[in-house]
Design a protein around this ligand. Structure first.
Ligand code: NAD
Ligand code: ZN
Ligand code: ZN
Length: 345
């Protein structure tokens, strides 16, 4: 079969590889569509890459092709989404419903195994998955549903963790209206009463945000914080979601968060957040809670699928063939993908 692999640091190739063999608890999924995440761009540029010849792709949907002998959870031909977090299911965080931070993750700063970032992912004609990591898609089209596994899941988790601040009358700010951000905006609209301000460095992305119902849109520049503060009587925004994570966006998020606000860092740029405890010099308002938000729980994943089934959220998809996958990487990196790029094998 064909697969898009990272062979070694910085080297991506579309090439022939064997179709995976499945174990008794696994399923062979015929990939229908796989999203390209900006995290894949970060991976492409890592100076060292520890897993030679790994198939990328962590936003995979497809059809059940073949079942291991002990699999009872799904049936042949069923449309399924591959859940992102391959958690153990039995540790304390897992049984508390916090499987996105499973303790079986390689330590305090690690993350649970994730297809396409360890085990082989979905940028291929076929992918093997333990049956318990599959979510039925019902009538949703698996060609375009893959991004629900991360571009949908991750903002769902970030928004769910801030619901207590997002009452009618509140203000939410979304920074970065790319794959994650355009879904985050729709999730905010579908599940909260907040006024939504969208901020991006690209006018094209702000246009997309307006199409999805953003109440206000601002280009990010030196004036953006003042504009947000002016809209909130200088009190600030009740929740800020930074889907970029570079220094200017981390600073912006920190400078517009309201007292008791929910500050959510999701983007994995090279910015850093500093905190001064001293009452006289601290620039962080009282009560702000800061979360470095990772992925989402199985429950968040179910909610994303349900919102998509109801037509309340949808992925803006730009399709590429798997053979043109590296072009999709180049286009995403150049800022030329509105919504999400999806590779179709
Ligand atoms: P994307 O490329 O689709 O979107 C990024 C958006 O940010 C684009 O619209 C771009 O125009 C905008 N942008 C870039 N620089 C900006 C700036 N200085 N100010 C304002 N806007 C700016 O990326 P994506 O796939 O949505 O991923 C976003 C980030 O989230 C990446 O860093 C990715 O690695 C990370 N991520 C984190 C998690 C997690 O669990 N924490 C999960 C998935 C992705
Ligand atoms: Zn991702
Ligand atoms: Zn666990």
């Amino acid at each position: 079969m064909r697969a898009l692999q990272i062979e070694s640091a910085g080297v991506l190739k579309v090439k022939d590889v064997p179709v995976p063999e499945i174990d008794s608890d696994e399923v062979l999924v015929k990939v229908a569509g796989v999203g390209l995440c900006h995290s894949d761009i970060h991976v492409r540029h890592m100076p060292e890459w520890p897993i030679p010849n790994m198939t990328l792709g962590h936003e995979t949907a497809g059809y059940v092709e073949k079942l291991g002998e002990n699999v009872t959870e799904v049936t042949e031909g069923q449309a399924v989404l591959v859940y992102l977090v391959w958690a153990c299911g039995v540790c304390r965080p897992c049984i508390e419903g916090r499987d996105n931070v499973c303790a079986n993750n390689g330590g305090r700063l690690g993350m649970p195994p994730c297809p396409g970032l360890g085990p082989d992912g979905g940028m291929a004609e076929y992918m093997k998955v333990k049956a318990r990591y599959l979510e039925p898609l019902g009538d949703l089209d698996p060609v375009t549903a893959g991004p629900l596994a991360d571009a949908g899941l991750t903002p769902m988790h970030a928004v769910n963790g801030a619901q207590h601040r997002l009452t009618p009358g509140s203000t939410a700010v979304v920074i970065g209206l790319g794959g994650l951000g355009h879904m985050g905006l729709q999730i905010l609209k579908a599940t909260t009463g907040a006024r939504i301000i969208a901020i991006d460095s690209s006018e094209q992305k702000l246009e997309l945000a307006r199409n999805h119902g953003a109440d206000e849109t601002f280009i990010s520049d030196g004036e953006t914080a003042a504009k947000v503060l002016a809209l909130t009587d200088d009190y600030g925004a009740d929740a800020v979601f930074d889907f970029v994570g570079v220094q200017p966006t981390v600073d912006l998020a920190t400078n517009i968060i309201a007292p008791d606000g929910a500050l959510r860092f999701v983007g994995l740029g090279e910015g850093s957040f500093t905190y001064a405890a001293d009452a006289l010099t601290s620039t962080l308002p009282w009560g702000v809670d800061v979360r470095r938000s990772y992925g989402g729980t199985r429950s968040d994943q179910r909610q994303v699928i349900e919102l998509a089934k109801l037509g309340k959220i949808s992925v803006d998809v730009k399709q590429y063939s798997l053979e043109d996958g590296i072009q999709a990487f180049d286009d995403l990196e150049a800022g030329n993908v509105p919504g999400r790029a999806v590779l179709v094998p």
